[in-house]
Design a binder for this molecule. Structure first.
Ligand code: COA
Length: 111
């Protein structure tokens, strides 16, 4: 189930974000989190089954949404969760086109 990020999930979110190659450095990671917390055009979602196991972060524009970050806990990969998160985010914004950025495009193309 896709849930909206809130501050109490910060540690889970940072852990998941750090699996993205660009987010390895703690300074970069903190800055990314700050952007998601302060910029209203950026939205962070988590994927929760019994626990939080995935993250997807998007930038919302007038006619499209761009997937900025996507990550799944390594123990739960290759079970379709990544694709399910992309599908669920698209469902939240049915009128907008879905795009990727340079850091997410290889997986999004696969979806
Ligand atoms: C990318 C990621 C979110 C996919 O999550 P997932 O839950 O395993 O994805 P799904 O189970 O829905 O899909 C698995 C498929 O995606 C493929 N895949 C995984 N990572 C990929 C990548 N970086 N680029 C393209 N395809 C990728 C798998 O090889 C698998 O292919 P198959 O169906 O032909 O076997 C996960 O591998 C991850 O967290 N990676 C680290 C973070 C990252 O690099 N994110 C940016 C990705 S561009």
């Amino acid at each position: 189930m896709l849930i909206k990020y809130k501050k109490s999930y910060e540690k889970f979110a940072m852990g998941l974000l750090s699996f993205m190659p660009k987010e390895k450095e703690i300074k970069v990671l903190r800055n990314t989190m700050k952007n998601y917390e302060t910029d209203e055009n950026l939205q962070l979602f988590l994927w929760k089954d019994e626990e939080i196991i995935g993250l997807i972060g998007i930038q919302i524009s007038s006619d499209f949404i761009e997937i900025q970050h996507i990550s799944v806990n390594p123990s739960f990969r290759k079970q379709g969760i990544g694709k399910e998160m992309v599908r669920s985010v698209k469902e939240q914004y049915p009128d907008k086109e879905l795009k990727a950025n340079e850091h997410t495009e290889s997986f999004i193309e696969k979806c």
